[in-house]
Every structure is written in structure tokens, then in C-alpha cells.
Write a protein of this length. Structure first.
Length: 621
């Protein structure tokens, strides 16, 4: 037995309305979102703002530790030029003092390094915790329009791989940078104090190193931006395939997916290879400059010691300092490596966090008026509403509709006629391009989000259940509900018997997406959730279109309970669903072409009457 539906081929429908995902590519659906000028730096400053004191303490700790480390060569110079002659003269004091001083510097540097690592690790984890929380919270408040055009895989990439890049910078890179800067400054000053000529040569060698760093940053920035995009593509493909594993297996797409994933994987591999190549170029160039400078200073210094214009201890200290001056070059490369990776990732995160909700919170929220009587329903009015998706033409050209409080309205029409758009506007997943949607005379844009969600609830075609127990999924409708209230809602819907028959009853874990129970049972849980929420307006968006006949009958019985006294908009593909309605709207191209009671429309000669006759004939056949 088949049943007539109202689905027809889609013509001229925006991509958001199309069920098969066809249509022109949306330029918004890309890996990186543009970040406003200065947004990346502002984000980093805001992340560190709450930790200013701890950051200052960590910086001072590292500064003192660096001073202890850099005291070593000076002690060596003093030992050679003063301690050794004194020792030959029978005075052991200077050498003993040098030995004790060197030991104290070593122990102090180790203790300070431990304190710095411990303190910076705590700052690091707190910053990452804050950043992941911001991404998660911001993603939840962004509009449905955003999530329909920006894949969940890219959001996962932002909160995992991109945050991980920042972790590497905070945990290792910043220490390397501060250490390198302190080394350069302190050693340069000490070298200039020890010997002006040696110090001047050392400082002059910074010129070629600066050019190398500048070139590396320019090239590496591009490489890491590509790498971040590449890994996001891998994550998106993986998440998409695993979420759609059933159609993948049903349509034998394994080989196609393998080939596509391999291509994305190779792109990621090439981007990683490019990053390593740039790093190798930098290391080779910096070591060439460093070794050339050290060799030149050693030859010049040795000749000066030979002619008596420089003391041997000063030359030894200078050579040690010069080696220390250039040793951090590789560490600077590691910092730049972490920095460019983190900068590319942080820019993408800043672009995401810069996105404004398409349905902003009301600046001065209003409360809904008190309900009159005991019925929960409220009046709904579409006043001069026009609406167009960003990626397509106008869906609702000019739409006016009044639904009295407590009335159940069924909306039928071809796919793309605007039915789901009507439901999304009423749920305020979108705001009208023009006009207003009113709830008891109050514009939805003037209601706070909690007030709106208490008043309007939507049950969709696919009843989404979260991992957790049946009771927890029902309680989403009202988190503070008691177990007794949860069970009462389930009994009223007719879901109690099947729930009680589960292995652990209401405490049964439904697993991922509710896969442990059938589609009809998931829909009953969704209706129990809606009943527990006790909304004034209930939207049923094709709530029975994917169910078999027994499941549909169970859900229709539940609908009689949950719709009682409420204002309801029922988006219907199956005509059997329309039987619960007080009124039927037939939509075409965003306009209402028929409006009336189901019986009156059936007795007429309009489009709904023809569809109803075809449906009745299909049942008889």
C-alpha cells in the first residue's frame, strides 16, 4: 500500500530549501572566514588579559633564570684572568668563589626553569580552556543559517587542530622567543662591554639573520595557512563519511570516498612537506651565517691575544658568549615554526568568533503577555513578511497570515513552496527580510531567546536524540523536571510502555543519535520532550514523513495529546497528518493559494481536493 505525498521536483528553489543539496556552490562554505583587521591580536590579548599577573611573574622568573645562565662565561673569564694567577700565588679564594658561584647559578637556573615551566603550563591550559569554551559557546549562538553553510567538520577543526597549534606556541614557542630575545640583548651588551670590536662584529651579524627570519616568516605564513586548510578538509571528509555511513554502504561509495580522502590526505602531506622544507632552508642559512661569524671572531681574537691587545680570559668568554648567541638560532626557528602555525590557526578562529548571529538577541527584551484562560495557545501573526535566503531568490514574496490561539493549521504544498521557511521564521531560526512575525502581538525579535524557546517548540522530521538516557532526552524539554513529571509526559504521549520495556527503562542509554530505538520510538520521545516543555506554539515539521504505518499511527495518537489547546503549525507531506488540523493552507511559490477547513477544501474543486482524492484512491488500491 502506498500513500500519496505532496513532494514534487524542485524548481528555482534556493539551496537552503533543496533536499538533495543541489544548487550553486555557496561562497560562504569555505575553510576560512574573514577576520576583521586586528581581530587576531585582539583575541590573543583578551585570552591573556585574565592572566596578566601570572604572565608577569613568569616573565620575571625567566628573566632572572636567563641572568643566572648568562653569568657562566663571565665567571670563566674571571677564573682564567684572575683566579688562575691568584691560585699560582697560593690564593685559592678566587677559584673557590668562582666554583661556588657557578654551582649556585646552575642550581638557581634549574629551579627557576622548573618554576617557569610549571607556571606557564597552568597559564597555557587556562588559555586553551577559555578558547575552546569560547568556540563552543559562540558556535551554539550562531544562527541556523550559519550552520547550514559552514560544516561541522570545520568547527571541529577550529576547536581541535587549530587550538592545538596555539597550545604548541604557548607551551614551547613563547619560552623560546623570550629566551632568544633575552639572550640576544644580554649577550650583545656583555660582548660590547667585554670588547667593543668583538661585540660590534657580533651585532653586525644580526643583519643577515634578520633577513633570513623575515624571508622565512613570509614563506612559512603562506605554507601554514594552506596546511590548516588542508587538515580541515581531511576532518570534514572523515566526519561527513562517518555521519553518512549508511548511504555510503548502501550506494557502494567506499572506493569513491577512498579516492577523495586520499587526495585530501596527499594535499595535507604536501603542505606538511612544504613546512619542513621552509624550516630546513632557514636552519641551513642561519647556521651558515653563525658559523662564519664565529670562525671570523676566533681568528681575529686569537691574533689579538697573540699581540697582547686582548686577554685570554676575555677571548674565552667572548667565544662562549658568541656560541650562546647563535645557539638559539635553531630555537628561534622552532618558535617561528610554532608561531606561523598558530598565527594561521588563530586567524581562522578569530574569523569564526567574529561571526555575528543572524538572529541577534533583543537589545531590550519584552515579556509575553499573560495567557488568558487555561489554554496554553497564543496567537501567531505573519505581518507583511518577505524572506530570501542569502544564496537564492525570494522564497516568501509577501506573506500575511493570522493563526488564532489554540488553532491547529496544516501547511501543504510542493517541495520548495516555502513551508519549511514559514516554520523556521516562526521558530526564529531566521528573521524576515521585511515585515514581522508576532506572538500575541509581540515581535519575535523583541523576545529574549529563553522566552522565545519557552513559547515556541519545533519537532522535526528526524527526532534527534543525544547520547544519554531516555529520561535525559525527554528532560531536554524542561531540565528541572522531576522523574515523575518525565514519566507523566511519556504516559500521556503513549511512550511509557515501550520505554518500560527497554533493558534499563528510562535509564536506558539510547546511544549515538538514538540508534538503539526505532524511528517511531524516537519521534515519541521527541513528542514527550515537547509536551514536557509545555510550549504555547508547537511546530511539527514533517514529523511523520519518515515513519511506517504503525509508527505513524502511534505518533498521530501522541499528536492528539500534545496539540490539545496549543497553537500548532503542522508541515505535512502525508495527507493523513492533515486530519488532525482545524485548518489547511496550500502553499505555492511562497503564497497561500488555498485556505480553509479540511472538510470544506475536500468538498471543493481546488488543488487540495484533487490531492485528497488521489490519496484516498491510493489507499483503496
Amino acid at each position: 500500500m502506498t500513500e500519496t505525498t505532496l513532494a514534487e521536483p524542485e524548481k528555482g528553489v534556493p539551496e537552503d530549501e533543496r533536499k538533495d543539496g543541489s544548487g550553486p556552490a555557496d561562497p560562504f562554505d569555505r575553510d576560512d572566514l574573514p577576520a576583521p583587521r586586528g581581530a587576531t591580536g585582539a583575541l590573543l590579548r583578551s585570552l591573556l588579559a585574565a592572566h596578566r599577573f601570572r604572565v608577569a611573574v613568569a616573565a620575571v622568573t625567566l628573566l632572572v633564570k636567563e641572568a643566572a645562565v648568562q653569568a657562566g662565561p663571565l665567571l670563566v673569564a674571571y677564573a682564567i684572568d684572575r683566579g688562575v694567577p691568584a691560585f699560582r700565588a697560593g690564593d685559592h679564594g678566587p677559584l673557590v668563589a668562582v666554583a661556588v658561584g657557578y654551582l649556585l647559578c646552575a642550581v638557581g637556573a634549574g629551579a627557576l626553569q622548573y618554576a617557569f615551566v610549571r607556571g606557564s603550563a597552568r597559564i597555557n591550559q587556562d588559555v586553551l580552556l577559555d578558547l575552546r569554551g569560547r568556540i563552543f559557546q559562540h558556535a551554539q549562538v550562531l544562527s541556523v543559517d550559519f550552520h547550514e553553510r559552514y560544516t561541522s567538520g570545520r568547527l571541529i577543526s577550529r576547536s581541535t587542530t587549530d587550538v592545538e597549534s596555539l597550545r604548541e606556541l604557548l607551551s614551547e614557542g613563547l619560552q623560546e622567543l623570550i629566551g632568544v630575545v633575552l639572550s640576544f640583548v644580554s649577550i650583545s651588551l656583555v660582548l660590547l662591554w667585554l670588547d667593543l670590536g668583538i661585540g660590534a662584529v657580533a651585532v653586525a651579524s644580526f643583519g643577515p639573520l634578520y633577513l633570513l627570519v623575515r624571508q622565512y616568516r613570509r614563506r612559512a605564513g603562506t605554507v601554514y595557512a594552506v596546511r590548516s586548510t588542508a587538515i580541515a578538509g581531511v576532518i570534514v571528509k572523515f566526519a561527513e563519511t562517518m555521519n553518512g555511513i549508511r548511504p555510503v554502504r548502501a550506494f557502494r561509495r567506499e572506493r569513491v570516498n577512498d579516492a577523495e580522502f586520499a587526495g585530501l590526505n596527499r594535499r595535507h602531506e604536501r603542505s606538511n612537506g612544504g613546512a619542513l622544507l621552509e624550516m630546513a632552508r632557514y636552519v641551513v642559512g642561519s647556521r651558515l651565517v653563525a658559523n662564519t661569524a664565529v670562525a671570523g671572531m676566533c681568528l681575529w681574537g686569537a691574533s689579538r691575544v697573540a699581540d697582547g691587545s686582548m686577554e685570554l680570559g676575555v677571548l674565552a668568554a667572548a667565544v662562549l658568549y658568541v656560541r650562546r648567541l647563535y645557539d638559539p638560532i635553531d630555537r628561534l626557528g622552532m618558535f617561528l615554526n610554532s608561531y606561523e602555525s598558530a598565527a594561521a590557526s588563530l586567524t581562522k578562529i578569530a574569523g569564526l568568533l567574529a561571526q555575528e548571529p543572524g538572529v541577534p538577541e533583543a537589545a531590550a527584551p519584552r515579556a509575553l503577555p499573560e495567557r488568558e484562560g487555561t489554554a496554553p495557545g497564543r496567537e501567531v501573526v505573519f505581518d507583511g513578511v518577505r524572506f530570501a535566503y542569502r544564496t537564492g531568490g525570494e522564497v516568501l514574496p509577501r506573506f500575511d497570515l493570522r493563526i488564532p490561539a489554540g488553532q491547529t493549521v496544516a501547511v501543504v504544498g510542493a517541495t520548495g513552496a516555502g513551508k519549511s521557511t514559514l516554520a523556521k521564521l516562526l521558530a526564529r531560526f531566521y528573521d524576515p527580510t521585511e515585515g514581522r512575525v508576532l506572538l500575541d502581538g509581540v515581535d519575535l525579535r523583541e523576545l529574549s531567546t529563553p522566552e522565545l524557546r519557552r513559547g515556541v517548540v519545533m519537532v522535526t522530521q528526524e527526532a534527534f536524540l543525544f547520547s544519554g538516557t531516555v529520561a535525559e532526552n525527554i528532560a531536554i524539554g524542561r531540565p528541572d523536571a522531576t522523574r515523575e513529571e518525565i514519566e507523566r509526559a511519556a504516559k500521556a504521549i503513549g511512550a511509557h510502555d515501550f520505554i518500560a520495556g527497554l533493558p534499563d527503562g528510562y535509564d536506558t542509554d539510547v546511544r549515538k543519535r538514538g540508534g538503539r530505538i526505532s524511528a517511531g520510538q524516537r519521534q515519541l520521545v521527541a513528542f514527550a520532550r515537547a509536551l514536557l516543555a509545555d510550549p504555547a506554539v508547537l511546530i511539527l515539521d514533517e514529523a511523520t514523513s519518515s515513519l511506517d504505518v504503525p509508527g505513524e499511527r502511534a505518533v498521530q495518537h501522541a499528536m492528539d495529546t500534545v496539540l490539545a489547546g496549543r497553537t500548532a503549525v503542522v508541515i505535512a507531506h502525508r495527507l493523513s497528518t492533515v486530519e488532525v488540523a482545524d485548518r489547511v493552507l496550500v502553499m505555492e511559490s511562497g503564497r497561500i493559494v488555498e485556505d480553509g477547513a479540511p472538510a470544506a477544501l475536500v468538498d471543493g474543486e481546488g488543488r487540495y481536493a484533487g490531492l485528497h482524492r488521489a490519496w484516498r484512491d491510493s489507499l483503496a488500491g
